[in-house]
Design a protein around this ligand. Structure first.
Ligand SMILES: *Cc1c(COP(=O)(O)O)cnc(C)c1O
Length: 401
């Protein structure tokens, strides 16, 4: 048979599970995988609608909102686009605090869609200064800025943005712009409170903290966002919230990805009932702390170091690791994958080759993190990258403490 149908395995020696430490997509729990293995069903069948409605309410619980939710058969990029074209009008000015690859990509999308973009420049390793956001808003006395678009968890840099502080800064200068937040790699990993923090529009996706296959994304929208939607003149069709509100599901223009909702029902059960959201957050914090303890140890001998230099901004869902000058991050990743069946994330845009990333979000426990760190430590040794040996021991000590 033609090799394209039955190709040779890429890693013929790989046995045991692939240890998947990418920051998205993430591991899918076995029970979620099993739940998605369903025959097709009419998306207006009452049996499906019962599952759908439970998921709709459950997802709002994870977002901590009582307001509106719109879902799309699209990855996170689709929800980014939906959020902009539903609430803004051509030529509107958006303020985008710089965090890294993902704030840059969102800014680029804004430009392509016909919005004016003002960035708040920042050092990716330290995270944007809240005072710089406040100064930009205070200077906008004519209220030209219609939205402040924040990446809650910058997956490329391993940093978090304190959204409550952004809201407080907006309130101090009494700026009426919408607060938009990308929660794609923080939701279900560490605390996000849409209503309490006054987030008007937030964007999430299925394949990160929610532990599902890639395939749908969504927007939470406040009453203020709905008011902006009614005034927005931007062309849209597939992502149009008004179109969606006319439908039974109040989401999806087109076919609903029914199998993903059976998976979501199980993922929500795991998060909200079996483990509990606060325990989910505590687990992420514990695993993240162990990964950082390991990397900080490696750095001892001029080895790889934490990319984020500001402890207040450390992300609990992903750690970006900066290689020593002159050493290739992708060479280490390749060894970890080919020799040990451990997959890590690459450096993005200007961090390509300089950074690799360990995703510690979603369906992970202590042994999985230890296994990943052990494989990376071996790969550092094989690749001849200087580092202080014993990072894994530092992680063990952190986890056992
Ligand atoms: C993954 C990610 C995206 C992009 O989502 P896709 O589902 O890949 O389209 C956007 N923002 C952040 C912060 C992400 O981590």
């Amino acid at each position: 048979m033609d090799g394209s149908i039955s190709p040779k395995p890429a890693r013929p020696m790989a046995r045991g599970r692939l240890f998947f430490a990418n920051p998205g997509p993430t591991n899918i729990p076995d029970s979620v995988l099993a739940a998605t293995a369903r025959a097709s069903i009419d998306f207006n069948d009452p049996a499906f609608l019962a599952v759908y409605d439970a998921c709709f309410e459950g997802l709002k619980k994870v977002l901590k909102t009582k307001h509106h939710l719109f879902m799309y058969t699209a990855s996170g990029h689709g929800a980014w686009e939906a959020s902009l074209v539903n609430t803004l009008s051509p030529g509107d000015l958006v303020l985008i605090p710089e965090t890294g690859h993902f704030s840059d990509s969102w800014a680029k999308m804004c430009g392509t869609l016909g919005f004016e973009v003002q960035q708040v420049p920042a050092d990716w390793r330290r995270g944007v200064e809240i005072s710089a956001i406040e100064a930009a808003l205070a200077a906008d006395t004519g209220h030209k800025i219609k939205a402040v678009c924040c990446v809650h968890n910058e997956t490329a840099a391993g940093t978090r943005m304190p959204l409550d502080q952004v809201r407080a800064a907006m309130d101090r200068v009494k700026h009426p712009a919408l607060l938009m937040s990308d929660t794609i790699s923080s939701l279900g990993c560490y605390d996000f409170r849409m209503d309490e923090w006054g987030v008007d529009v937030c964007v999430g996706g299925s394949q990160k903290g929610l532990m599902l296959p890639t395939g749908f994304s969504f927007t939470g929208a406040s009453e203020k966002a709905m008011e902006a939607h009614r005034k927005s003149t931007h062309p849209r069709h597939y992502f149009d919230w008004t179109e969606m509100l006319a439908r039974r599901q109040k989401s999806f223009v087109g076919t609903v990805p029914t199998t993903l909702f059976y998976g979501l029902q199980e993922a929500l059960r795991l998060m909200l009932v079996e483990e509990g959201l606060d325990n989910v957050f505590a687990r992420h914090a514990r695993l993240a702390k162990a990964v950082r303890a390991c990397v900080q140890h490696w750095s001892g001998n001029n080895g790889p170091q934490l990319f984020c230099q500001n402890p207040e901004r450390w992300s609990d869902s992903v750690t970006a690791i900066l290689m020593p000058e002159g050493y290739d991050a992708d060479a280490v990743r390749k060894i970890a994958l080919e020799r040990f069946n451990v997959s890590t994330g690459a450096g993005l845009s200007k961090l390509a080759g300089k950074v690799f990333r360990i995703g510690h979000l979603g369906d992970l426990n202590e042994p999985m993190i230890i296994g990943t760190l052990g494989a990376v430590e071996m790969a550092l040794g094989i690749a001849g990258v200087p580092h202080a040996k014993g990072g894994v021991q530092a992680a063990l000590d952190s986890l056992a403490a």
